[in-house]
Design a protein around this ligand. Structure first.
Ligand SMILES: Nc1ncnc2c1ncn2[C@@H]1O[C@H](COP(=O)(O)OP(=O)(O)OP(=O)(O)O)[C@@H](O)[C@H]1O
Length: 344
């Protein structure tokens, strides 16, 4: 089959996508393109819209606004052509069958089915082949779900919190298997709450928050967005007065926190995208930082920082809206009063 350039370039796309459940905007204004061979982690707090986005991508739900495409066509067409494998949280497995039978069935019905033995081995469940599906533990069941997701030679694999319930060694085997899928040129999109997985597995990280995409980049870029480093030190009054505006004007500072008494030891914590420049500037400004520490932010801290920043921004926007409404109401009241007085 010949593929067009556009098809090679875009595995999946969301354009201006929104999805509501009643008054809840589960996904809003989502614009996103996935490219071939990418391993992409989808992060977000509970209720951020991760599962809804995956459902939209797989055509399990229709968007209320915008358009979702897989390989330049509808999600349904891509799935019918056997280009997509999925491992979702919901949906039970067939129960009164053995693992090998279930996997063989999945390979048989897949338009581009693989050899069942190969799939069992790759999913690390060859030893479970003779077991009944309804007798498996939660983690074993997850591995069977994974086997079903790779039962065909898919171009895209979508996984919703795939490692939930897996112990540490099974989780490592799972990601090794996933890596070999990515090395075979498949695009992998997975939602997770395990940030260390996103950090070590994904070459691109998406952060959803209240249905909106608030960060999209490599793990390093997300950390940089959050202020990649934390600088901490003490300033003593004996070393001279502290002009806080110097701290706020540091070239890399994205957050500055000063605690302690103005007449005593002050502890300064700075989130910075350029710690080297900031430390040099501190000394140039004549400050004498004592006990200076510069530490890197993990993806987890970066995630908490950017979702926390977004929460504060949303709160401020809501407050601004309320203030605007109050101002309008005041103006309307004054206008009504003036009108009343002039008619009196
Ligand atoms: N079927 C539904 N009916 C009504 N509201 C829903 C439904 N499914 C999800 N929601 C709401 O939509 C929002 C997004 O939910 P979604 O399940 O997509 O988030 P998530 O990021 O996958 O969350 P989690 O990490 O908890 O799995 C939430 O506010 C949720 O309560």
């Amino acid at each position: 089959m010949r593929t067009t350039t556009a098809e090679r370039a875009e595995v999946a796309s969301f354009r201006g996508v929104g999805k509501d459940y009643g008054r809840v905007k589960a996904v809003e204004g989502l614009d996103l393109v996935l490219r071939p061979g990418e391993t992409v982690a989808l992060l977000g707090p509970n209720g951020a819209g991760k599962s809804t986005s995956l459902d939209l991508l797989l055509g399990l739900r229709e968007p209320d606004r915008g358009r979702v495409e897989l390989f330049g066509g509808s999600p349904r067409a891509a799935i019918e052509a056997g280009r997509v494998g999925a491992m979702l949280q919901s949906g039970g497995l067939m129960t009164d069958v053995k693992v090998a039978e279930l996997v063989r069935f999945a390979c048989d019905v897949h338009p581009r089915g693989r050899r069942p033995e190969e799939v069992l081995a790759e999913a690390g469940i060859a030893d479970l082949a003779g077991r009944r599906v309804d007798k498996l533990s939660g983690g074993q069941e997850q591995r069977v779900r994974f086997a079903l997701a790779i039962a065909g030679a898919n171009d895209l694999i979508v996984l919703d919190e795939p490692t939930t319930g897996m112990d540490v060694s099974v989780r490592q085997r799972f990601w090794a298997a996933m890596r070999s899928q990515a090395e075979a040129g498949r695009t992998v999109l997975f939602a997770t709450h395990y940030l260390e997985e996103a950090d070590s597995i994904a070459d691109r990280v998406l952060v959803l928050h209240r249905g909106r995409l608030i960060a999209d980049g490599t793990s390093a870029e997300i950390k940089a967005k959050a202020g990649a480093r934390r600088i901490a030190f003490e300033l003593h009054t004996a070393d001279g007065p502290l002009d806080e505006s110097v701290l706020r004007a540091l070239p890399g500072a994205v957050g500055v926190d000063v605690s302690g008494r103005p007449d005593g030891v002050r502890t300064v914590r700075i989130r910075s995208t350029d710690a080297d420049a900031d430390v040099a500037t501190l000394y140039r400004a004549g400050l004498y930082p004592r006990g200076l520490e510069v530490t890197g932010l993990g993806l987890e801290q970066a995630f908490l920082t950017i979702t926390g920043d977004q929460d504060r921004q949303d709160d401020n926007d809501r407050q601004d809206d309320r203030d605007d409404r109050d101002d309008r109401d005041d103006r309307d009241d004054r206008r009504d009063d003036t009108r009343e007085e002039s008619t009196r």
